[in-house]
Ligand binder design. Structure first.
Ligand code: NAD
Length: 489
């Protein structure tokens, strides 16, 4: 088996320690690759390369048009190798190949979007208080960026960070999740092919408490962009204070999906399924808290349960599969534990709540789609992010109550509202305290729309123009073209 290496200063290298890690297919626990396992030493080498490339190289001062052309080339290469990338992503995560193909289209779209807007910011001339002067505001790259990604959407999350960082002239060190690095490794090959100069983009593989911690604490890193869990995010925030790094945090969610009785019933049922069971619920924006108007509650739950009964679990490479496995044995245990807690807390388990019995699924980390009714906001299954295929159902009688339930969370990432009353929908959207509100839609991301959370779901935004701004510093330059003495002293 080919051993995958890290990419530091334009070279494919093994870990200094010589350590490696096995990458497992969560469908059957087959070893699909061996990858270098870096640690603090490798991270330091990569940071040094990125620092030198930023301080002494040409990348930061290369024209934005030229950088945009390289970012566009990366998009083209991703499109060229889409099938290989999609298969790698499914091998690594267990998600269906169809979903991985959609991810690759989205990822190429993100690189294209940032390629297109890279050279559209010409700064701004602003009014000056003195005559014969020019006062301008410009945006410059931040410097060396540490980028840390999770395992659920390995390459999609990486693209949200790589494309804007490169387009704006930063240098970077990326650390993908240690359990799903394969597509990120492949994209670094494509970035090399596209002409990203040596030292500009570096890849270090390894664990969070070594490589990730080094990126967060090293004073040569100017910005940390992190996507992952809330507890890790808090640690990184603390660590990053060492040199007051710029921070962008995309953390978890416990997202409400509010359905009013006047919504299109069948569409709302279908989309409520999709909102949670897509990628086995391992989505930060999964609509796990289903909040139903009392008058449709029973019928809605029954319709959901009917459809859940027939869901097909299996290999991501089987076209009939609707839901793949969870990512790891450890994560499966966490989801099981969470369901047991729900039962103890008094929630009513109406379907699922265990591993499937199908003998063909026994080697994989599968868990049945699960629905709890009679849930209340004091239950930890309603408050904590499970990151699995679990719906908790709550009931409301009035619009005010629906909003209050939707907002009763430490998180504020995203949420949905289903109703045919557009005025009511807008009223709800205004009151919902989250970074994204979908009306009669769920889980729709696209490059133009900013993504990020209110409350403890994070700081800053990815995607859209704001996603580009995260990677820039704003500078004001004033030139006095006729300086004269002040004669004050
Ligand atoms: P995680 O926090 O365990 O790990 C994320 C990354 O952080 C990994 O690369 C990991 O190695 C690294 N890490 C771990 N400890 C670290 C430390 N001390 N210092 C620096 N880095 C460290 O998260 P996960 O389990 O990989 O991903 C699931 C989480 O990600 C969920 O909470 C999910 O909601 C969140 N997520 C959020 C978004 C978003 O856009 N808001 C998107 C995807 C996933």
């Amino acid at each position: 088996m080919n051993q995958k290496k890290m990419f530091i200063n334009g070279q494919w290298v093994d870990a200094v320690s010589g350590q490696t890690r096995e990458i497992i297919n969560p469908f059957n626990q087959d070893i699909v690759a061996n990858v270098a396992e870096g640690d603090n030493q490798d991270a330091q080498l990569a940071i040094k390369a990125a620092r030198t490339a930023f301080d002494q190289g040409d990348w930061a001062t290369t024209s934005a048009t030229e950088r945009g052309a390289i970012v566009r080339k990366i998009a083209e290469l991703i499109e060229r190798d889409k099938e290989e990338l999609a298969e790698l992503e499914s091998l690594d995560t267990g998600k269906t190949v169809e979903e991985s193909r959609e991810d690759m289209d989205d990822i190429a779209g993100v690189f294209r979007y940032y390629a297109e807007i890279a050279d559209k910011d010409g700064g701004e001339i602003i009014d000056s208080p003195i005559p014969n002067s020019v006062s301008k505001v410009v945006h410059e790259p931040v410097g060396v960026c540490g980028q840390i990604t999770p395992w659920n959407y390995p390459l999609l999350q990486a693209s949200w960070k790589l494309a804007p960082a490169l387009a704006t002239g930063n240098t970077l060190v990326m650390k993908p999740s240690e359990i799903t690095p394969l597509t990120t490794i492949k994209v670094f090959e494509l970035m090399e092919e596209a002409g990203v100069p040596a030292g500009v983009a570096n890849l270090v593989l390894g664990a969070g408490n070594t490589v990730g911690a080094e990126l967060s604490t090293n004073v040569d890193v100017d910005l940390i962009s992190f996507t992952g869990g809330i507890h890790t995010g808090k640690k990184i925030m603390q660590a990053a204070s060492v040199n007051v790094k710029k921070l962008a945090l995309e953390l978890g969610g416990k997202n409400p999906n509010v359905v009013f009785a006047d919504a299109d019933f069948d569409t709302a049922v279908d989309q409520a399924m999709n909102a949670v069971f897509f990628h086995a619920g391992q989505i930060c924006s999964a609509g796990t808290r289903l909040i139903l108007e009392e008058s449709i509650h029973d019928e809605f739950v029954q319709a959901l349960a009917e459809r859940v009964k027939n869901m097909k679990l299996g290999s991501g490479f089987d076209e009939s599969t609707q839901m793949g496995p969870l990512i790891s044995a450890e994560h499966l245990a966490k989801v099981e534990n969470y369901v047991e807690t729900g039962k103890k807390e008094g929630a009513n388990l109406i379907i699922g709540g265990k591993r499937p019995e199908d003998p063909e699924l026994q080697n994989g980390f599968f868990y049945l789609p699960t629905i709890f009714t009679e849930c209340t906001t004091d239950m930890s299954i309603v408050q904590d992010e499970a990151f699995g295929p679990i719906i908790t159902v709550e009931k409301f009688h009035t619009e005010e109550e629906a909003i209050q339930l939707a907002n009763d969370s430490i998180y504020g990432l995203a949420g949905g509202v289903w109703t045919n009353d557009t005025v009511k929908a807008e009223r709800c959207a205004t009151k919902m305290r989250m970074g994204t509100v979908w009306i009669n839609e769920f889980n729709l991301y696209f490059p133009q729309a900013p993504w990020g959370g209110f409350k403890q779901s994070g700081i800053g935004r990815e995607l859209g123009k704001l996603g580009l701004e995260e990677y820039t510093e704003t500078k004001h330059v004033l030139q006095n073209q006729k300086p004269e003495p002040l004669n004050w002293f």
